[in-house]
Write a protein that binds this ligand. Sequence first.
Ligand code: DC
Length: 224
Amino acid sequence: MTCHSIPVIAIDGPSASGKGTVAALVAQRLGFHCLDSGALYRLTALVANSNGVALSDEAGLAQVALSLDVEFVAGGMTLMGRPVDEAMRSEAISAAASRVAQYHGVRMALLARQRAFRQAPGLVADGRDMGSVVFPDACLKLYLTASVEMRAERRYKQLMEKGIHVILRNLLDELRERDLRDATRQLAPLIQQADAILLDTSQMTIAEAVEFVLVHYEKVRVRE
Ligand code: DC
């Protein structure tokens, strides 16, 4: 793998694997831009929901994705000029985003938008198909995962800390369902690519995972 003049670090992996947190911290350490591609699918589902567009209406969803008025700003994002709140991270929107993401029209509508994030001095992008479809020439590709039990437990703790009460068993079932849908869909399914380095964080802290990515990025840079 060689780096394009603007390097991309692609971090793909299943829901609640911690890839978003790791991606944001790596971007911060390198002074790179950061793309949370899942947010685009989540916002498509959120806007479709409030505009009454059915989750089975591919053309309607693609139109929502195409006209999404989203801006990534310091510390978060805005939708139609207003800060996006935690509603985007709810379990209902997580499930809807995973369904919306199955459609070709939606994925195509979001492709150019994602590629536009590639700006100097570099980009850290996280999602499901960053290394396979959106940035196939990324100079470093990682597949970040953790056991489904560990991911459910982490998500459970996060929600409890926010005062949101959920049942761990339900979270586990929802994650399994979403993993299955994301990994078995026809388009850009979530799978570890042959050229992606596996990073299993089941027994790792976030700080250790960040170091792992930085060490590998340094190796790529030195080779060039
Ligand atoms: O990363 P996340 O949990 O925020 O993503 C929400 C959903 O969006 C996920 O279930 C599948 C979809 N997604 C995708 O299909 N491709 C991406 N690059 C990112 C997310």
